[in-house]
Design a protein around this ligand. Structure first.
Ligand code: ADP
Ligand code: MG
Length: 226
């Protein structure tokens, strides 16, 4: 069970006025399902995802995963939180060009000091069988995103976070990536940030809409209760 309480984030740019990017977000999530965070550019989607993923720290508020609060988290606790429980998929894939597909996938685990096993199995799960020895440059955009998904999955995370995972893909390829995330969400919580309402409505089990740093609608009402 994952919960965020009163999450607020104010950015203080070196020049100019502070930006209140998130103004108090409360959400509760179940064990599985495909949840979309929908909103226009600048509404605070990436900020919310970065905070939920422990990639950045909130100005106020807390995360609660499996009953453990982030209130007193130090940097090492955030590292552990991300490493143990979360997988990330980004728009730009974040693959290392010099490494093969299987090396890129294994790296996700090796970076947190665990041995990578069953990389081949993971590659076939995401539809990349036979491509282990290729370099990212030898793949299409959709295949690269599948590598990133395999990398995120290998450590068997409790939650997968994806920020605009189809943003760099054509519509058909984007659909195939969302179909894959939908399948994975039968057993895991998958939280996807997008500005694409049609994708959210087609694939989402739940849609949370953000505007101006606040939740303005949520198809699952209990998500916003006190
Ligand atoms: P979205 O992902 O929905 O496009 P973001 O979460 O990236 O929105 O941004 C929300 C708001 O916070 C925007 O007004 C953006 O300009 C601002 N913002 C995001 N990151 C920073 C930052 N590092 N410093 C200052 N302002 C930021
Ligand atoms: Mg964004």
């Amino acid at each position: 069970m994952f919960e965020v309480k009163n999450l607020k984030k104010t950015y203080y740019p070196k020049k100019g006025v502070p930006v209140e990017a998130l103004k108090g977000v409360d959400l509760r999530f179940g064990e599985c399902g495909l949840v979309f965070i929908l909103g226009k550019s600048g509404s605070g989607k990436s900020t919310l995802l970065h905070l939920m993923g422990g990639l950045d720290t909130p100005t106020e508020g807390e995360l609660v995963l499996n009953g453990v609060s982030s209130k007193n988290f130090k940097a090492a606790d955030y590292d552990n939180y991300r490493g143990e429980y979360l997988g990330f998929v980004f728009q730009e894939y974040n693959l290392l060009p010099e490494f093969t597909v299987e090396e890129n996938v294994a790296l996700g685990l090796e970076l947190i000091g665990r041995k990578a096993e069953n990389v081949e199995g993971m590659l076939s799960l995401v539809g990349l069988e036979g491509m282990a020895k290729r370099k990212p440059m030898e793949l299409s955009g959709g295949q690269r995103q599948r590598v990133a998904i395999a990398r995120a999955l290998l450590k068997d995370p409790q939650i997968i976070f994806a920020d605009e995972p189809t943003g760099a893909l054509d519509e058909e390829t984007g659909k195939s990536i969302l179909t894959l995330l939908k399948e994975l969400s039968e057993k895991k919580l998958v939280i996807v940030v997008t500005h694409d309402r049609e994708f959210a409505e087609t694939f989402g089990d739940r849609i949370i809409e953000l505007a101006d740093g606040k939740v303005v609608s949520d198809t699952e009402e209990h998500g916003n209760e006190e």
